[in-house]
Design a protein around this ligand. Structure first.
Ligand SMILES: Cc1cc2nc3c(=O)[nH]c(=O)nc-3n(C[C@H](O)[C@H](O)[C@H](O)COP(=O)(O)O)c2cc1C
Length: 261
């Protein structure tokens, strides 16, 4: 019996072999959980164009519910979620991000041509996520860094803080996928050109930090297949395998390869 069979069928077979609570049943069920999990992880993609169809409010709650259980340094839970659905406010957010894209684009043009980020070479357009019916802005409260052990707070406070927020963000993207929604990770909200204006627009207290924004909705189109590195190239057993160490030229070629999509 393969792991791609339906859960019910699988359970029947395992129970017959090993009783309802046997170790084999549990083991096979956890394999099934892994398969389901991996399927979810593989299906999560960055969606960059959205239908206007509204997202049920309950889905937004469920997405945030998942994020609530994300790991964070010392369980500091630094997150605050600002859910934006109001059309006018959303348009203002899009406006701020479009304005900053002008600076990003100028900076990009200073690079070697083959390393330039695709989509940043031509004129600046409004981002595709402007049609997404919901934006969730993830903010963090840096005062929660005090929850870490003192030396961590003093020396690695910032990276712990960001890692916690990234965990919550990732959980949101997975929950959105599980609910049949598309999402885009919008990091321009953290740009120094955007942050202060966004704080003012959304009445975010000065002491909070803006992390990134999730644009959420039903996908209007699917992205093309992504290039994912092979597992064997990146795994090292017991010791770092020097044969797998990538030279500077190889890294550069890798980035150029990424640019081709
Ligand atoms: C820290 C971080 C910042 C990102 N910022 C953006 C962004 O501003 N705009 C965007 O379209 N995608 C953004 N992404 C999404 C990545 O481009 C995307 O995950 C990557 O290209 C792989 O594609 P996939 O998400 O479809 O697997 C970001 C992802 C991460 C983790």
């Amino acid at each position: 019996m393969t792991t791609s069979e339906g859960h019910g069928t699988f359970r029947l077979g395992a129970e017959a072999a090993n009783g309802p609570h046997g170790a084999i049943t549990e083991q096979k069920e956890s394999v099934m959980e892994y398969e389901a999990f991996l399927d979810l992880v593989r299906r999560r993609r960055s969606i960059r164009s959205f239908k206007a169809d509204p997202v049920p409010g309950e889905y937004v709650e469920q997405i945030i519910e998942a994020a609530r259980f994300a790991p964070s340094g010392a369980n500091s839970q630094p997150w605050e979620f600002v859910v934006v659905k109001d059309k006018e406010i959303k348009e203002k957010v899009v406006g701020l991000i479009t304005d900053q894209a002008v600076h990003s684009r100028k900076a990009e043009l200073a690079r070697d041509e083959d390393l330039r980020f695709p989509g940043m070479q031509g004129p600046v357009h409004e981002p595709g996520f402007k049609n997404a019916p919901v934006f969730i802005l993830l903010c963090g409260d840096p005062r929660t860094k005090e929850a870490y052990p003192l030396l961590t707070t003093l020396t690695r406070g910032d990276s712990h803080f960001v890692s916690g927020l990234a965990s919550a963000f990732l959980y949101m993207t997975l929950a959105a996928t599980a609910l049949g929604l598309g999402s885009q990770w919008v990091s321009a909200t953290g740009s120094p050109f955007v942050k202060p204006l966004l704080k003012q627009l959304l009445a975010i207290p000065h002491k909070l930090d803006i992390y990134d924004m999730l644009a959420l909705g039903y996908a209007a189109s699917q992205p093309k297949e992504r290039f994912v590195r092979e597992r064997n190239e990146m795994v090292h057993y017991d010791r770092y395998d020097q044969a797998k160490y990538r030279s500077d030229d190889e890294i550069r070629s890798f980035i150029v390869r990424l640019r081709r999509g």
